[in-house]
Ligand binder design. Sequence first.
Ligand SMILES: [Zn+2]
Length: 527
Amino acid sequence: MFWADTITDEVEKRYADKIKAGEAIVVRDEKTASGQVHVGSLRSASLHAIVADVLRSRGVNVNFFFEINDFDPMDGIPSYLDEEIYKKYMGVPLCNIPSPEVGFDNFAEYYGQEYVRVLDKIGFGATVYRASELYRSGAMNDLIKMALKKKDLIREIYYRISKSEKPEGWYPINVICERCGNLSATNVTDFDGELVTYTCSSDTIKWAEGCGHSGKISPYNGNAKFPWKIDWPAKFVAKGVDFEGGGKDHYTKGGSRQVAETIAREVFEHEPPYGVFNEFFLVGGKKMSSSKGNAATAVEMSTILPPHILRLLLLKIPINRQLDFDPEGDAIPILFDNYDRLAEKYWSGVKDDDTQLFNFIHLPDERGDLPQRFLPRFSQVAFLVQMPHMDTYKEVEKMKESELTDVDIAELDMRITYAKHWLADYADDKFIFTLQETIPEIANTLTEEEKKATTQLAEKISQAEVLDGASLHELIHEVKEESGLSPKEFFGAIYKLFLGKESGPKVGWFLSTLGKEFVVSRLRLEK
Ligand SMILES: [Zn+2]
């Protein structure tokens, strides 16, 4: 069963009455806009978006919210920003920090909107709102009052669930200092039912500087913010959330999910939403050099892969399994091959988990109308675009063995674009090929047996009438058998002669793209 169907079944079971009554199921996801969004966040995005999507496909009414969390304080300065400029904002809510680029209201808008554009592009878009709006609108006021009144219960829950000790007199809220605007440096010491008393001091937390001010202020309408473990359940209540998961790191025993659910029930007297965790998304990473693109960001990932292929990457394995992706290796060609296999199945009329997945990797408005088209292998397209003397369209037409239609050409154009991007910015050297105009130096390493075999192949090819990939494949295997060489030795010898390296694309197909005369003379070591 497609994993998202299993989770959606559970959502339908839990909220059967609500669904029956025609009420909307609320799905929520959020991301703190503290800098360029890491690709890992796309896993959370895919979990929530696919559950909303599958529910809708079953006719269920859904409100899917995405929160740009712009009310969290800056708690670290991204490496690509000037520390000297930003260190004074440590502890200040992100919505009150200037944008690094002109044209955006604030820091959080700049990074938040960038991420939202990615989500929209890949069909994971939702109704967007900001955490600052939620607080400023007053929607959190009652919850703030409840939490302040039950501060000792919250303290006890922190200790009971996560063994974390808060000092006596601790209040579960941070206010924004009226004088300096810092949130993390303030410490609330009293609540009289209407106003909180606070001090703003560098002693409150190591990394934020306070101004020494103390005062009294209303904690409502955006003057204050909950710490994360209370913020989360308060949002469950304020938005009426039915489905919301989170990263695996929050789901440990005694972790923030468990604390949040307990606070939802015991403090806010509200049943928390159903949710599951998402595993991490790792980018083959450590060895990625800085001269190459930065696939670790969601934005960059959305330029390396077209939307449906990125959705395939995100949806093909269950959400509770780790996803590892190395854009420098063969992960991208393999991903396209996966797509091609699913497409073939889908177009042959099969209905199973694979075709269900195939359906959902396309955007809702593309589904049901997926034109059958020729899908040239990505690895072969990536090879062809590196051969300046070859017409990629003609070669693909040969593969198809009939004229390319408009949809075939659109598909090929798309694959050419992404293949070029991959080759230019990511692909490992072993995928980079240059056809050698003259016999390369490495040909000197060929053994006598290998030379004998390549000459033998030249003879067979010169006598052959038909020279396509399949017939060449046969000839090559005949010669290999006769020569007694291993595939690695024989194919390696051929690649060395033409490409100056020991590996290359499928050898029969490769030679078929080069022209008989050239192939024969090169195999004879003539030029
Ligand atoms: Zn202050």
